[in-house]
Structure formats: structure tokens, C-alpha cells
Design a protein around this ligand. Structure first.
Ligand SMILES: *Cc1c(COP(=O)(O)O)cnc(C)c1O
Length: 401
């Protein structure tokens, strides 16, 4: 069975992630390909060695381990399929996937726009290394409209960075409208699409470079760290690949293999987790202890119309704002008492998580006080939803009215 992606792109998502990048019968008949580990790539002759582009930017070119091997290529092709782009660069972490395109498109003297609700470590990169190299960043309200963005653009603005929904606060961005403004001013649009996964198709909405933390739902089992940078044309590929390769970014083929394994079941996990997440989110909305729930797929979300317009579904990560009468200590004690929710960062695995976020959110262009109360971020896993709700019910009872 040939890997004819285009023939398959008319098929459903579950069908595509089940079939993409499989070896057919070439792997001694086994369903999955092997893990190809390697640094040195051998050639039959000096002439053959001389005929290759040593940078390894050509698709599936085997030059040296750092430009990847067959296991990387299989994952690259699969993620390009998920994102609807032409080529993908796999790097060691989701954070590296944020950093590589930022550093690829920006140089000393350039200006970058980053949404106030960007993933925290992305802010740290901008405020630290990027600022030190003479790259200036302006943080902007993620809910900004086209006119507001136009006012922030400068002649040296080279990158509009986006992340929708925003980390911890879950604001949605009007990506097509913002992309139009950025492109008219000659800036590239980068997007951290980790929450959207395949539910948001970046290249149909004006994005030039899409970032995923494969650590989350693609890995799906909390046992792998990996990131991807996907583009939709050769020029962007060269820009991104140069930066990634020149800085020596790489990912272990074992981790790529685990991500491919996670991908095979991602469609069904996501479908379950989307429904379970919404069930728990709606349950929270009905509780008197809760002020509001930050979940883009709920009609109560302030930008729900954008969700309906641009997304085909949701993942299972959302925030809960509790009534301001509760202190953070009370909420911490409630979270400590939950039996089925782990306390920890990351998300997208099979297990449920709860993480108090009050005090951990940095905002400079907007204010988290607008949230109105202490917040907890929930990730809903594959446990039975009734058990999760029973656990939460006992937790909220411990809070008292
Ligand atoms: C987790 C995450 C990252 C970073 O991924 P790591 O693999 O943990 O480095 C980047 N962006 C978002 C939105 C994330 O949630």
C-alpha cells in the first residue's frame, strides 16, 4: 500500500491517522516500521556522497543523523498530514518548536508581536534571549481586532506570533483577520496550535508556520517530549529548517516512534476526551462554587462565535474560575484532596490533571484580575466521566458554600 497522502486527504481523520506513514509490507510484513537509529549515513562511493546536498533540506534526504532518518520522516509526514501543511520539522520539545521559527524569522533590530496569553516559556524566551539579541517584543491583547493590530505594526515588525486559545486564560484569536493585517505589512504569522491539534487547520486560516507540542495529545501517554514545526511552502521550509539544523535541533527516533504509536489512537482518544471534557465543563458551570468556566466550546465563552467559525472540535483542557470568596489555600486543599486528578503541568495524556493557576499567570498587556476569582486548570483524561465528576463533587463539597 503506497503512502499516497493526497489520495487519503479526502478520508476522515481517523482513517488518515491510522494509515499515514505506514510501511505497507516493506517492514517484513509487520504493521509498524522499525526504529532507525543512526548518526553516520554510508554511501556506496565518493561520487554518490558528492552528489547529495549535505544540508539535507530535500525531502527524505539521508545525509547525516542530524537531518533525520526514516523514523523521523514517517512522523514528519504524519504531522504535515494532521496540520494540512507540506513539510514538518521534528524537534526535541514543544518549546524548541516555539523557539526555532521565532529565531528563524527574527534578527537584531526586528520587532515581534506576541499575545499576552502565550505559553509562559515562550514569553521567557522573548524577554530573555531574544531581547538580549536586540529583538524587541510587544505583548498584545489576544482578543485584539484588525484595527488594533494595525496600530501595533511597525516597519520592522517581522513576526506576528499567535496562540489560540491562550494559555490558562483560553481567549480565542481571530486568526484570519489578524493574518491579513500581518501579511499586508510583510510579517509572518506563527501559531502555537497545540490546543487545536487538527481541529484548527492553520493553513486555511492564514497561518504561515504552525507549532505543535507533540508531547500533548499526539504522544498521548505522558511518556514523551517532542515538538513539530509545520510549513506550507518550500521557502518557509528552508527558513525554518536552516534555523533548526544550524542550531543542532534533533529528536530521538525512539521518541518519534512513540509519537507515531500515539498518533494511531489519537482520533478516538480526542473524540472521547472532547466529549468528556465538555461534560465535566458543563457540570462545573452548574455549580454554585464556580464563577465561570473558560472553555471555548461552551456557548458562555466570550469568543464562542470564533470557535464555531474556525474550529471543528475541542480538546479536553479548560479552566475553571471559582467564586472570589474562596482563597487559593482553600482551592489548593480541594485539589490536594482529589483522588483521580494528578497535580502537575503538561496535558494531553490519558490521565486527568488539576493545576491551580492563580499566581502563575504573567500578563502585561491585559489583566488576570478580570477573571474574577481563583482559577484551576483541568485536563480530562480517559477515566469514566461519572467517576471524575463524583471525585470533583466530593472536592467541591469540602470547600463549603
Ligand atoms: C506544553 C506546551 C508547549 C511546550 O511543550 P513541551 O514539549 O512541554 O516543551 C508549548 N506550547 C503549548 C501551548 C504547550 O501547552
Amino acid at each position: 500500500m503506497p503512502d499516497d497522502l493526497h489520495a487519503k486527504s479526502s478520508k476522515g481523520f481517523g482513517t488518515r491517522v491510522t494509515h499515514v506513514s505506514r510501511p505497507g509490507t516493506r517492514s517484513h510484513g509487520f504493521v509498524n516500521g522499525p526504529v532507525y537509529r543512526g548518526s553516520t549515513v554510508l554511501y556506496p562511493s565518493c561520487e554518490a556522497r558528492g552528489s547529495i546536498n549535505a544540508a539535507g533540506f530535500e525531502k527524505h534526504a539521508l545525509t547525516y543523523g542530524t537531518s533525520g532518518g526514516p523514523t523521523h520522516f514517517a512522523l514528519e509526514d504524519a504531522i504535515a498530514e494532521v496540520e494540512g501543511g507540506t513539510r514538518t520539522l521534528i524537534v526535541g520539545t514543544g518549546l524548541a518548536a516555539c523557539a526555532v521559527p521565532l529565531l528563524a524569522y527574527l534578527k537584531a533590530g526586528d520587532h515581534c508581536l506576541i499575545p499576552d496569553a502565550a505559553y509562559g516559556p515562550t514569553r521567557r524566551l522573548a524577554d530573555g534571549l531574544m531581547a538580549g539579541w536586540g529583538i524587541e517584543t510587544t505583548y498584545y491583547d489576544p482578543t485584539i481586532d484588525a484595527e488594533g493590530l494595525r496600530a501595533l505594526m511597525r516597519p520592522n515588525t517581522k513576526v506576528l506570533y499567535t496562540e489560540s486559545p491562550g494559555s490558562h486564560t483560553f481567549e480565542l484569536q481571530d486568526i484570519p483577520a489578524l493574518a491579513e493585517v500581518a501579511h499586508a505589512a510583510g510579517a509572518k504569522v506563527l501559531m502555537d496550535n497545540t490546543w487545536g491539534i487538527h481541529h484548527f487547520q492553520p493553513f486555511r486560516h492564514g497561518v504561515d508556520v504552525s507549532i505543535q507540542a507533540l508531547t500533548k495529545y499526539v504522544g498521548g501517554h505522558s511518556d514523551v517530549l517532542l515538538g513539530s514545526v509545520t510549513v506550507n511552502n518550500e521557502e518557509d521550509w528552508h527558513t525554518v529548517a536552516r534555523a533548526g539544523r544550524f542550531m543542532g535541533h534533533y529528536a530521538s527516533p525512539d521518541d518519534c516512534w512513540l509519537a507515531l504509536r500515539g498518533l494511531r489512537t489519537m482520533a478516538v482518544r480526542l473524540k472521547h476526551q472532547e466529549a468528556a471534557g465538555l461534560e465535566v465543563a458543563r457540570w462545573f458551570e452548574g455549580r454554585p462554587e464556580v464563577l465561570r468556566v473558560l472553555h471555548p466550546a461552551l456557548p458562555s465563552h466570550p469568543q464562542h462565535a470564533l470557535f464555531r467559525r474556525d474550529f471543528t472540535g475541542a480538546c479536553s483542557l479548560f479552566g475553571v474560575v471559582f467564586q472570589p470568596r474562596y482563597t487559593q489555600r482553600q482551592l489548593d486543599a480541594m485539589v490536594d484532596g482529589l483522588k483521580l486528578f494528578g497535580i502537575g503541568a503538561s496535558w494531553g495524556g490519558f490521565e486527568s490533571l488539576a493545576l491551580p493557576t492563580t499566581g502563575y499567570i504573567t500578563r502585561t498587556a491585559t489583566s488576570t484580575e478580570l477573571l474574577g476569582g481563583p482559577t484551576v486548570r483541568f485536563h480530562i483524561g480517559l477515566e469514566d466521566t461519572a467517576d471524575l465528576i463524583a471525585d470533583l463533587e466530593a472536592g467541591l463539597a469540602s470547600l463549603g458554600r
